[in-house]
Design a binder for this molecule. Structure first.
Ligand code: HAM
Length: 427
């Protein structure tokens, strides 16, 4: 018998975990749509070239982390999307919004794929909840994105988040800064780690991501991008910061850079002390030049993606596993005293479902005690018991699990009451 193990980094998403994900998804949908973001469901598979053009050919995500699928005719390489932004932007262009209705706010929930070393908080398949506001250069929109995602984390139950923000310039002011930075660091080139020496040549901003102590020490006095901003970037940053709710836990981090190449002006990451070095619970920022990168018009945009795996870890860290409340008991378990009543229990469960009430029965030949145990283990609100006496009388015995109280009702009346009855009726 072959034993099949899950591939490393691909979680099984068992019901216990799915329950937590469902709760977070519900909060994300609510918070995002309350702020005017509409759900979009772009494909999971896209052309590799899309990410090379947008996320950046020298970014780690594109260089090392994409799951690639060569097309059968060899003409193209498809990839499992490593992030949502490029696909949403592509879909926006494809739908013609740029011409018909250029300002659009989208949200998406779904799996992303990155080939990285699986570890706590990092998997190869992971969910993101993203928002993308496309078609406006307003700095107020950057502030809206921050406030929406802060609301998401707060509703989810996180209290100890910190929002790190930075202004990282634009194609007008960044090249001069990068030259200054390169010149400042060139004399110590050999002291950097191998990866950073490579970054010095190819993507110097990524140096600020290095975790090695020696590299960090050398960067401590390096020039910061904030000192080289052009006037429009400076003005944008001023409006953005001025618009932020002073109650938000925002901190300026002059060393914050992002791992994807498309960012301009505002960049942010949400950190959580409970997961420390394991990374951010999400990140985002402004990306004003994807339109040009895709060979089209200038279309400014800003967005953010919640990392769901680190968010769950942070929730666990805050509440030592108890942050996700147990589901409210709901629905009805229909139990039978003898095998003879099993078909009637099956029909009654179907009737309840038809009336819009969650219902289930046992299919594993458990005796009544076993059925009762199964029902309380799965948090049903009531158990309806059918025995030989009830079968003759056309009634059902209703046991409320919260207090153990029992009552008998004719089956039809019980269903009617459960379907539309008083507030404490089983639903
Ligand atoms: P990102 O910073 O690459 O940004 O990813 C956002 C979040 O996804 C990270 O902060 C982290 O929480 C989570 N994440 C990334 N990789 C993994 C992984 N292997 N396992 C678990 N979680 C992970 C983006 O993806 C941008 N598209 C965000 C954005 C939207 N920017 C503008 N709009």
């Amino acid at each position: 018998m072959p034993s099949f193990k899950p591939l490393p980094g691909f979680p099984d998403g068992l019901p216990e975990d799915a329950r937590k994900l469902c709760r977070l998804e519900g909060i994300a949908r609510q918070v995002f749509s309350d702020a005017g973001y509409r759900e979009i469901r772009p494909p999971i598979v896209e052309s590799q070239a899309l990410f090379e053009r947008s996320s950046g050919a020298t970014s780690d995500v594109v260089q090392k982390q994409m799951f690639a699928i060569p097309s059968r005719d060899g003409a193209d390489t498809m990839v499992l999307r490593p992030e949502g932004t490029p696909g949403v932007f592509r879909a926006y262009l494809e739908a013609g919004y740029a011409k018909t209705n250029p300002f659009q706010k989208f949200f998406y929930l779904g799996p992303m794929f990155r080939y990285e070393r699986p570890q706590k908080g990092r998997t190869r398949q992971f969910d993101q909840y993203g928002i993308e506001a496309i078609g406006s250069a307003s700095a107020l929109l950057d502030a809206e994105v921050l406030s929406v995602i802060f609301r998401f984390y707060r509703e989810a139950g996180l209290r100890k988040v910190l929002i790190a923000v930075n202004a990282i310039g634009c194609p007008d002011c960044r090249p001069a800064y990068l030259r200054t930075l390169r010149e400042a660091l060139a004399p110590s080139r050999e002291a950097f780690c191998e990866l950073c020496r490579d970054r010095l040549e190819r993507n110097i901003l990524r140096l600020f991501d290095c975790k090695a102590e020696t590299c960090r020490a050398m960067l401590a006095n390096a020039p910061a991008i904030g000192d080289s901003l052009c006037d429009p970037c400076r003005a944008h940053d001023g409006t953005f910061r001025g618009a932020l709710d002073p109650g938000l836990p925002v901190q300026h981090d002059p060393r914050l850079v992002r791992g994807l190449d498309y960012y301009t002006r505002t960049a942010f990451e949400v950190l959580h002390e409970g997961i420390g070095a394991r990374g951010a619970v999400g990140g985002g920022g402004r990306y004003d030049h994807l339109g040009e990168a895709f060979g089209g018009p200038h279309i400014p945009a800003v967005g953010y993606a919640v990392g769901v795996v680190p968010t769950l870890l942070a929730l666990e860290a805050e509440a030592e596993g108890g942050a996700v409340p147990a589901p409210t008991p709901e629905g009805i378990f229909v139990a039978c005293v003898e095998d003879a009543q099993r078909p009637a229990a099956f029909r009654l469960a179907e009737t309840l479902r038809g009336a819009g009430i969650a219902a289930d029965i046992d299919y594993t030949a458990k005796n009544l005690k076993g059925q009762m145990r199964a029902a309380s283990g799965r948090s049903f609100r009531e158990v309806w018991i059918l025995g030989p006496d009830e079968a003759v009388a056309g009634t059902v015995k209703i046991k409320r699990l919260s207090d153990g109280s029992e009552r008998a009702l004719p089956v039809d009346a019980a269903v009617a009451q459960a379907a539309g009855g008083p507030p404490d009726a089983a639903r």
